[in-house]
Design a protein around this ligand. Structure first.
Ligand SMILES: *[C@@H]1O[C@H](CO)[C@@H](O)[C@H](O)[C@H]1NC(C)=O
Ligand SMILES: *[C@@H]1O[C@H](CO)[C@@H](O)[C@H](O)[C@H]1NC(C)=O
Ligand SMILES: *[C@@H]1O[C@H](CO)[C@@H](O)[C@H](O)[C@H]1NC(C)=O
Ligand SMILES: *[C@@H]1O[C@H](CO)[C@@H](O)[C@H](O)[C@H]1NC(C)=O
Ligand SMILES: *[C@@H]1O[C@H](CO)[C@@H](O)[C@H](O)[C@H]1NC(C)=O
Ligand SMILES: *[C@@H]1O[C@H](CO)[C@@H](O)[C@H](O)[C@H]1NC(C)=O
Ligand SMILES: *[C@@H]1O[C@H](CO)[C@@H](O)[C@H](O)[C@H]1NC(C)=O
Ligand SMILES: *[C@@H]1O[C@H](CO)[C@@H](O)[C@H](O)[C@H]1NC(C)=O
Length: 837
């Protein structure tokens, strides 16, 4: 045996010069030193990891680390002696060695053979240390059993298959600890660890301070990372058993390299990076904390944080701010207090549901994975200290989805526009009643408002009349079935069905009138295609845009409501969010979130403001519009064709995030009503696809055309109609086409950018724009393809566009566009035609 081993060691030593770069393991007597590395066996196929000595840039110390074998620059994912470096750099004379002894001690020693770091698994040697293809440094004993492995001791990086959490059986608490700095791998105070009390969740700590909370695992994802389920190419596992509570992720496709890293910058950031081979760089795929509401409990106890509302903090129903003064200054950390004490002893309490929630802090919650929601509710009612309950495991069949119960205050609650889970908050009967009271109140208000309503209609009619006379020049009149009367039956049914399934609040006219200073001219933001748009401020301070839909719609009240509900369900970062609606006879109104930066055309076509749009911003806007449109076309449950996409319908929020507005309008105004044998073309010249403008044929590809026009406008800073004057025979599309086909593409770029832009991105966008405006709809890409193209590395790999389609300009449209200000809130130049068929 010994002789055999000795000879194999000798053999290895003889072979060493030839095989040293290829070996993946060390055995006793074969230490690793200097610039030697161990390379995992499968590294030849493109993946794999290497282990060796390294000195971080800016450091004078040597460490033993594991890095990707094929990724450059070197990306270290694991460090053995992070707190115990060998003095001196690798290139100097640190003389560090890594060895495994016959007694199975894995040790890092300096030039004087002083051991600076070691592990000694309790087993019998001789042992072998091997770097595996997944990046795991494994020490196996004489029988080939794993005696120790690097994956049980993560440093700052979680690789696929690595776990964080607690392995109770092994007594091992696996955490991530960020490097102190890029030149110092030693552990900083920034730590990610699993909290196993209550319903387990992951916390990001900076010293004693909580920085971020993942929320509990709901069976599919952490409730605080609600978009996880949309991640392709990853699978996630969360084990919650008596033996262990751990989280890990897997990447089934071995060619994809992805890692989760704890970064100490900015007080602690969890980041997921994925390797993009084509770009030769790591791409930031996800990170947390991400926004204001990701901070720990920004709205205090019983407060709800919602980034989609302003201010972001509000109180749960039945609660009021503890320090109204601080809340008025938008500091919600003091939280909210219950308005009516619970009537537990009387058994009169009930629950209000909070949808799309990130579950409150579960550290002190009690969990039963076997109970169902009904049992959960009964248990909560039966325990006077229970304040809320929710499902625990959404991947289990209904009725067995578990039960989390909270006692005391609900800390760190936030809501999302979509995803998240339902949280049931306990309320005293009086606070629950307030809803039904307010329902009754609504009925009374409706009755009272009848008169106000009639008045409003008269006013609206007058306004409409003036507006229409202005507009008649521009279009032939549509069928006018304005009744102007009040349908008490409709109002009645409105009252009845309200609250059944509607999440979207119905506002009464009174509220809207007071929010908009009685629809005062000062509050008017502009004239939309369907009526005027007003700015308003609700009582809680939220700013809104009120869009009046005074134009005749063929719809009845129920249809209208269905349409509104549908639009309200469309929720996406790049769509303007509907926050309520109002019906007053034939007068209908939609309430939207207010966008501080108005619309894209206000920036793009304004000499001074267009300077504020640097290329990076423009590029983000293009991407944002593409995402929003993809969602409308494909990703939402309802396929929506916008049909009037243009720069004035792209609104911009504080951060210049583009938000598409007026989606669903075409649906709401039933433009494909073939009954009266007409085709109503809704759209705006310059943005309308030829087949749509000419023949009234529309499809998602007509939206793609409009998108292409917008892209070209963003690149050039010119309106499509702007260059389409009688003096010039070239419009923007023709100009873009000729500059591209003549190879002077960059001539098209907006001069206000002063030449500072990423050429490759500009060329890519220009090509995408031209592909989108091709004459034949079949040639145009789908929005999903557009997004892929935008994500691709270079313009050269995209197909070459064909000649764009042009829309002949009609003289009649001139009046419409010139009679309105260039930059209004919405819809300034929508043209509606009724064409006999
Ligand atoms: C590393 O060593 C060099 C030479 O001794 C010295 O100039 C430098 O300041 C040292 N750097 C650090 C980070 O200690
Ligand atoms: C090795 O030992 C010598 C002599 O004791 C000492 O001067 C030197 O600093 C030591 N080197 C290291 C890396 O500890
Ligand atoms: C695991 O480590 C973290 C961070 O050091 C600590 O907060 C947590 O309590 C530990 N968990 C267990 C079960 O020891
Ligand atoms: C990621 O997953 C999607 C869908 O499953 C697949 O089409 C795509 O090829 C994957 N990406 C990579 C880089 O493999
Ligand atoms: C830490 O995050 C910053 C900001 O995203 C990034 O620039 C830096 O490369 C990250 N550091 C590491 C080690 O990933
Ligand atoms: C409970 O019922 C008693 C008697 O009916 C009443 O006096 C008391 O106010 C009720 N408490 C609550 C919290 O509703
Ligand atoms: C109520 O729930 C709390 C927390 O789960 C528990 O400690 C307490 O024993 C329960 N009280 C009763 C009466 O069941
Ligand atoms: C959640 O439900 C799934 C499916 O029934 C089950 O496999 C899993 O173990 C459950 N998780 C817990 C923590 O009970």
């Amino acid at each position: 045996m010994a002789i055999h081993q000795l000879s194999s060691v000798l053999l290895l030593m003889l072979l060493a010069p030839a095989t040293s770069r290829a070996r993946d393991s060390i055995a006793p007597g074969e230490p690793l030193a200097g610039h030697d590395t161990l390379v995992s066996a499968g590294a030849g196929d493109g993946g794999g990891f290497a282990l060796g000595f390294f000195t971080p840039p800016g450091s004078n110390d040597t460490y033993v680390g594991v890095w990707y074998a094929r990724v450059s620059p070197r990306t270290v994912v694991w460090v053995a002696n992070r707190a115990d470096p060998v003095p001196g750099p690798v290139d100097g004379n640190a003389g560090a060695t890594l060895s495994v002894s016959r007694a199975c001690e894995l040790a890092v020693a300096d030039a004087n053979s002083t051991v600076v770091w070691s592990v000694s698994p309790a087993t019998t040697g001789p042992c072998t240390a091997r770097i595996r293809d997944d990046g795991n440094l494994v020490v196996t004993d004489e029988r080939g059993r794993v005696a120790w492995q690097g994956f049980d001791h993560p440093t700052d990086t979680l690789l696929p298959g690595m776990r964080i959490g607690v392995d109770f059986a092994a007594g091992n608490n696996m955490t991530l600890t960020a490097w102190k700095s890029p030149s110092d791998p030693s552990p900083s105070s920034v730590v990610v660890a699993m909290d196993t009390s209550g319903d387990p969740e992951v916390f990001l700590w900076n010293g004693p301070n909580k920085v971020w909370r993942s929320g509990p695992w709901d069976g599919m994802q952490f409730t605080g990372v609600p978009d996880t389920i949309t991640y392709k190419n990853f699978s996630f596992s969360f084990v919650n058993s008596a033996r262990e509570v751990t989280y890990s992720f897997q990447v089934p496709d071995a060619s994809i390299m992805s890692r989760l890293v704890l970064n100490s910058s900015g007080g602690g950031l969890v980041q997921r990076w994925t390797w993009v081979e084509a770009a030769g760089a790591w791409n930031l795929y996800w990170y947390a904390p991400k926004d204001q509401c990701d901070a720990v409990s920004p709205c205090g106890a019983n407060g709800v944080c919602d980034t989609n509302s302003l201010p972001v903090c509000s109180c749960l129903r039945g609660f009021a701010p503890r320090s109204p003064a601080a809340w008025a200054l938008r500091d919600g950390r003091d939280g909210c207090a219950r308005e009516t004490p619970l009537g537990c002893a009387n058994g009169t309490d009930g629950f209000a549901v909070v949808r799309h929630a990130k579950a409150p802090d579960t550290t002190a919650a009690t969990v039963d994975y076997d109970a169902g929601l009904q049992l959960c509710r009964r248990r909560c009612l039966g325990n006077c200290s229970c304040t809320a309950y929710a499902n625990a495991n959404l991947s289990a069949p209904p009725g067995r989805r578990g039960c989390v119960m909270w006692t005391g205050e609900l800390e760190d609650l936030r809501v999302y526009p979509a995803f998240g889970q339902d949280l049931y908050v306990r309320l005293a009967a009086a606070d629950l009643d307030s809803t039904s009271k307010s329902k009754k109140k609504t009925h009374i208000i409706i009755a009272v408002v009848v008169s106000i309503c009639a008045l409003a209609i008269i006013l609206a009619l007058t306004g409409m009349y003036i507006w229409r006379t202005k507009k008649t020049k521009a279009r032939r009149q549509g069928p006018s079935n304005w009744s102007g009367g009040l349908h008490s039956r409709e109002l009645h049914s409105e009252g009845n069905s309200h609250g059944d399934d509607l999440d979207l609040p119905l506002f009464d006219l009174e509220t809207i009138a007071s929010a908009t200073n009685g629809f005062s001219a000062d509050n008017k933001l502009g004239e939309g295609g369907f009526g005027p748009v007003y700015k308003g401020t609700l009582e809680d301070g939220q700013e809104i845009a009120v869009k009046t839909l005074s134009k005749t719609s063929v719809q009845g009240l129920d249809e209208f409501r269905n349409e509104v509900m549908l639009i309200a369900k469309l929720q996406h970062r790049n769509l303007v969010q509907l926050i309520g609606y109002s019906v007053c006879g034939q007068e209908k109104m939609l309430l939207y979130e207010f966008m501080e930066n108005k619309s894209l055309d206000c920036f793009l076509f304004d000499k001074s403001k267009s300077k504020l749009l640097d290329w990076q911003t423009r590029y983000h806007i293009i991407e944002g519009i593409a995402r929003g449109l993809l969602y409308l076309h494909q990703d939402s449950r309802y396929r929506i064709i916008h049909r009037d996409l243009k720069t004035s319908n792209i609104l911009l929020d504080k951060e210049m995030t583009p938000k598409i507005s007026d989606f669903g309008m075409a649906r709401m105004f039933g433009s494909d009503d073939t009954e009266i044998n007409t085709v109503r073309v809704v759209g705006t010249y310059g943005y309308m696809a030829p087949e749509y403008a000419m023949d009234g044929v529309f499809s998602v590809k007509s939206d793609v055309f409009s998108f292409g026009v917008i892209v070209l406008e963003i690149i050039s800073g010119k309106r499509n109609r702007g260059v389409y004057s009688y003096s010039s025979h070239l419009n923007l599309l023709a100009r873009a086409w000729s500059s591209w086909s003549e190879g002077n593409s960059l001539d098209l770029v907006d001069k206000t950018l002063n030449g500072s832009f990423n050429q490759e991105e500009v060329l890519k966008c220009l090509k995408v724009g031209l592909l989108c405006v091709q004459e034949n709809p079949d040639d145009r890409p789908l929005m999903s393809q557009v997004l892929l193209m935008l994500a691709s590395a270079d313009a050269a790999s995209l197909p070459d566009p064909r000649k764009p389609g042009f829309v002949a300009r009609r003289a009649a449209t001139e009046d419409t566009s010139s009679s309105r200000p260039d930059c209004s809130f919405v819809d300034s130049m929508t043209i509606t035609m009724i064409e006999g068929r």
